[in-house]
Design a protein around this ligand. Structure first.
Ligand code: NAD
Length: 477
């Protein structure tokens, strides 16, 4: 979509594959460098009016888009499942949460943007916040609706205009969000939508001098490339990148709660979750019991095509992701890890990109599953003897996105929550995502935050205005 009109991109036609079969079910024409030029120019033209309009007008568009998204939830969820693979009930949840995110940031449109400061003798002083400008929003393939809306909603509410680039595998469901915004009254140019390869459309957006801010969710390798490219024009950048998430089980934990929650957080969306569990760090005194219970539960998960009733776990999104998972499992096996469950393609699902829920134990230090992001249905069990060792093991990766701790001892909970070098800690729960709280990573898991008021302000620039009071009123915001 450029200037409010859907058109064929100038790039190649791309097949959109159904990960449950591996077969194409739709074709999308990618954007090219000319489309990027048009889209950025259109967004730049639309910026003044959108940034300058009444905040209530921007809120009205976001509320309207939320309503439309909810009204079309099944249609959008179906498209999401077809292109990404997750079970349709999970897709519905993703769409519904995205509507909530749109409303949350609609509510923020009117947030006060001026803060008085001490001006000194005979001078007044204020800090005001203005929309940063045209933004490039680059989305991943694991939550193509939600993680797009985490960027879109605060950017539009703050007064920015945007060019959206979805992931190659998942161009359809994000387009539905953009259609909802258009139908809700987003003026032409405010939201542009350009599917296409990262190296073509993504890089051209990141390098473009009229783009002032880039928001990306993707792998750490992608984030590093984008940060380097963005340096040329010193863009404001936020990066939501990979994770290597530990779940620590202390000996006193309620295993009846910890194990099922750990299983869900390991295999939900087939492990293609940046905050999915990669490592189970378990007190040696309960290690065997936790491993046995975990394997029992994981063995009973029902895999299948995401549109089939009763299916709770789908395929991986692509053959590329499956090959990466396979390489991690083979690496661990070659180093002597024991495969307690899975470790290959399920026999009853030979088509598509399925991979069995996999549990590895006795994984030697140095194995890729302990240090890199597998981004698949694989977990590695590691025992520990002391809380110090648990926290040290948890922190022993270049990543720092999330960690979970299960214990009933307030001292242990506090010790771990303080010591973990991550952007989000869950204590006796398996999620750190919350609409009203910042989400993001330490270390190589990223820069900046999404969600919460923090995301809204990240789409603004500060301006300090000093003035000599006069007989006329003056409001610099
Ligand atoms: P990816 O890195 O392959 O691609 C992400 C996006 O970046 C895509 O739209 C891609 O086309 C684009 N891109 C790639 N190279 C680019 C370049 N040089 N310039 C501009 N754009 C470029 O990631 P993916 O496979 O779609 O998503 C999975 C990854 O995302 C995982 O590593 C996961 O951990 C991460 N992720 C992080 C979070 C978080 O909040 N921290 C959330 C979800 C996913």
């Amino acid at each position: 979509m450029v200037d409010g009109i859907w058109r064929d991109g100038g790039g190649q036609a791309r097949a959109v594959l159904d990960p449950a079969t591996g077969r194409p079910f739709a074709w999308v024409r990618d954007g090219d460098a000319d489309d990027v030029e048009d889209a950025v120019a259109g967004a730049a033209r639309a910026l003044g009016a959108w940034r300058g309009c009444e905040p209530g007008e921007r809120a009205r568009v976001l509320y309207g888009a939320a309503e439309r998204l909810e009204a079309r939830r099944l249609e959008v969820a179906r498209a999401l499942t077809l292109e990404q693979g997750k079970p349709v009930l999970d897709s519905v949840k993703e769409v519904d949460f995205s509507a909530r995110v749109l409303r949350y940031y609609a509510d923020m449109a009117n947030a006060p943007r001026r803060e008085r400061r001490n001006g000194g003798a005979g001078v007044q002083s204020a800090v005001v916040r203005q929309a940063v400008g045209v933004c490039a929003l680059i989305a991943p393939n694991n939550y193509p609706v939600e993680l797009l809306v985490w960027k879109l909603a605060p950017a539009l509410s703050a007064g920015c205009t945007v060019v959206v680039k979805p992931a190659e595998e998942t161009p359809l469901s994000g387009a539905a969000v953009v259609a909802c915004l258009r139908e809700a009254g987003a003026p032409p140019g405010v939201v542009q939508y350009l599917p296409g390869p990262g190296e073509v459309v993504g890089e051209a957006l990141v390098a473009h001098p009229l783009v002032r801010r880039v928001a990306v969710t993707g792998s750490t390798a992608t984030g590093k490339r984008i940060l380097a490219q963005a340096a040329g024009t010193l863009k404001r950048v936020s990066l939501e990148l990979g994770g290597q998430t530990p779940l620590i089980v202390f000996a006193d934990a309620d295993l009846g709660a910890a194990v099922p929650q750990a299983v869900r957080r390991t295999y939900s969306n087939m492990g293609q979750v940046c905050i999915g569990v990669n490592r189970m760090l378990v007190d040696r005194r309960v290690y065997a019991e936790v491993l046995e219970r975990f394997v029992d539960r994981a063995a009973s998960l029902s895999l299948g095509p995401g549109l089939k009733p009763g299916v709770a776990y789908g395929p991986l999104v692509s053959e590329e992701v499956r090959s990466h998972v396979r390489a991690h499992v083979e690496d661990a096996r070659a180093r002597g890890a024991v495969v307690h469950l899975g470790g290959g393609v399920p026999g009853d699902l030979p088509g598509g990109f399925f991979y069995s829920p996999t549990v590895l134990a006795d994984v030697p230090a140095g194995a890729r599953v302990l240090r890199e992001e597998s981004f698949g249905p694989v977990v590695a069990f590691v025992p520990f003897d002391t809380p110090e060792e648990a926290v040290a093991l948890a922190n022993d990766t270049p990543y720092g996105l999330a960690a979970y701790v299960y214990t009933n001892d307030p001292g242990l909970a506090r010790y771990a929550a303080k010591g973990l070098e991550v952007g989000g800690v869950g204590v006796n729960l398996n999620d750190v995502t919350e609409l009203d709280a910042p989400f993001g990573g330490w270390k190589e898991s990223g820069i900046g935050r999404e969600l919460g008021p923090e995301a809204f302000w990240s789409y603004t620039e500060m301006k300090h205005v000093r003035w000599v009071p006069a007989s006329w009123p003056f409001d610099p915001s």
